[in-house]
Design a binder for this molecule. Sequence first.
Ligand SMILES: Cc1cc2nc3c(=O)[nH]c(=O)nc-3n(C[C@H](O)[C@H](O)[C@H](O)COP(=O)(O)OP(=O)(O)OC[C@H]3O[C@@H](n4cnc5c(N)ncnc54)[C@H](O)[C@@H]3O)c2cc1C
Length: 463
Amino acid sequence: MSTPQHRPRVIIIGGGFAGLSAARGLASTPCDITLLDRRNHHLFQPLLYQVATAALSPAQIAAPIRRILRSQRNATVLLADVSSIDPQTRVVKIKPAPGDAAADEQSLPYDHLVLAAGVTHSYFGRDDWADLAPGLKSVEDATAIRAKFLIAFEAAERATDPYERRYHLTFIVVGGGPTGVELAGAMAEIARSILTSEFRSIKTETARVILVEANERVLSTYPADLSDRAKRDLESLGVQVLTSSRVTHIDPRGVEIRIARAPDLPANAPDPEPLRVDAATVVWAAGVKASPLAASLGVPLDKAGRVLVNADLSIPNHPEIFVAGDLASVMQHSAPSKPVPGVAPAAMQMGRHVARVIRAELVALSQGQSPPPRPPFVYTNKGELATIGRNKAVGVLGFGLNFPFAGFFAWLFWALVHVTYLIGFRNRLLVMFDWVWSYVFFSRGARLITTDQHDRAAPPQAR
Ligand SMILES: Cc1cc2nc3c(=O)[nH]c(=O)nc-3n(C[C@H](O)[C@H](O)[C@H](O)COP(=O)(O)OP(=O)(O)OC[C@H]3O[C@@H](n4cnc5c(N)ncnc54)[C@H](O)[C@@H]3O)c2cc1C
C-alpha cells in the first residue's frame, strides 16, 4: 500500500460491538475515523429479550454512539445507511438522508475500511413469515414483541369464549438457541409468577409457552448435560419444549409443527401428522443471515452470506478492507475446524484486532518504515452463558477451562457479566436496580404497550 498524502481516512460501518471496539482501538492512531451507522445508538443485544419481556426499557440497554465517542477527537459519527461499497474505487455509498429522497447517494472515500454491519434473522427463504413471527434484533423488534405479548393477556381478559382465550394465551417461540430459551423462560415466568394477581377473568398461569427446536436438544452448542438441564429448567417453569421439531407453516392463526419420527417407529409406519397449534403470538429466534453489504465486496461468502475473511480479517485481494464481528466467517486459530462464534466477545476481539493491525501499519508508514507483518486473529473463548429464569442459568467457563456450571451461581454470574459489559455507568446502575427490584417484588417495570395496533390481537374466525 502506498502512503496517502492526506491524513489516513478510516471508515467503520457499524457501531455494534465490533465497530465500536475498532473505533476505540484507533483512538491514539494518526488517522481520521468516520463511523457510520443507520441507527444513532449502540445496542446491547444480549439483553434485548428483557426489553421484549418488559423487564427493562430500551434506553437501559442502548447508548447514543455519538456520546460514547464524544471524547475521541479523531472520530466522527454519522447517522447514515450504507447502500454499497465499491472496493475498486475505494468508496462507501450512503443513501440520501431521510426526507431528502431527491438527493443522490453520497460517496465517502476511504483508505482503510472496517465492515462491521452484523447479521439479521433469516426465515430460511420464508420472508413472508416476518410479519407473523417477528424476530429479535433491534429496539423496534423488542418493543413490537413486548406489545404483542402484553396485548395477548389483555385480549384474553376481554374474551368470553374459552377457545379464544386459549388462542390468546398460547405463545410459540421458534428456535431453541440462547435467545429462544431466554425468551420462552421469561414469558412463562411472567405468566406464572408476575401477572397472576392482576387479571380477573383469566388465570395467566394457564398460558402455554411452546419452544420449538429443530435440533435434538436446545442450546445445541452447549455440552449435552447442560442442554438437558436447560430443558428441565424450562419445563419446571411450564414451557413445553419440542425438540427435533420444525415449524413448517405460519399463518395469522398459528403454526404447524412437524415432529421428527420416533427412532423406534417401524420403517413402513406413516410419518406423524403435523401438529397444528393456534396461537396469537409467534416469535422467531431461529437462524441468521448476513448484512447485504457483504455481497457488495465481490468476494466469496459462506452459506449465511458472511464474508470468508483471511486469517488477519482482511478480504482477499484488498488488504485495506477488513470485516469484523458477526459478518466475518473465520475459523478459530487454535482449532481450524471450529468457526469463531457469532457472539459479542468475539466481535469485540475482532474489532480490537483490526484496530491493532491498522494502527501498526499507519504508525510504521508515518515513520517512513515498512509495515510489520500482520498477525492472525486469535479468538479467546471466554465461555458461554444462557439464563432460563429466576435463579436458573447454564454456562461453560472458557479460558481453556471448559468448566460447565448451572443453577443459582451460573445465574448470578450471568447477571454480573451482563451488567459489566453494558455501556454507561448510569445504565449499569439502573439495570442492577431494576433486577434487584424485580427479584424482591416479582414485578416487571417496563410493561408498556406502545402501539395502538390492538386489532392485531383479533381472534381467528375459524376454529
Ligand atoms: C437477541 C440477541 C441475543 C443475543 N445474546 C447474546 C449473548 O447473550 N451473548 C453474546 O455474546 N452474544 C449475544 N448475541 C450476539 C451478539 O449480540 C452479536 O454477536 C454482536 O452484536 C455482534 O456484533 P457486531 O458488531 O458484529 O454486529 P451488531 O452488534 O449487530 O452491530 C451491527 C451494526 O451495524 C449497523 N448497520 C447494519 N447495516 C448497516 C448499514 N447498511 N448502514 C449503516 N449501519 C448498518 C447496525 O445498525 C448495528 O449498529 C445476541 C444477539 C441477539 C440478536
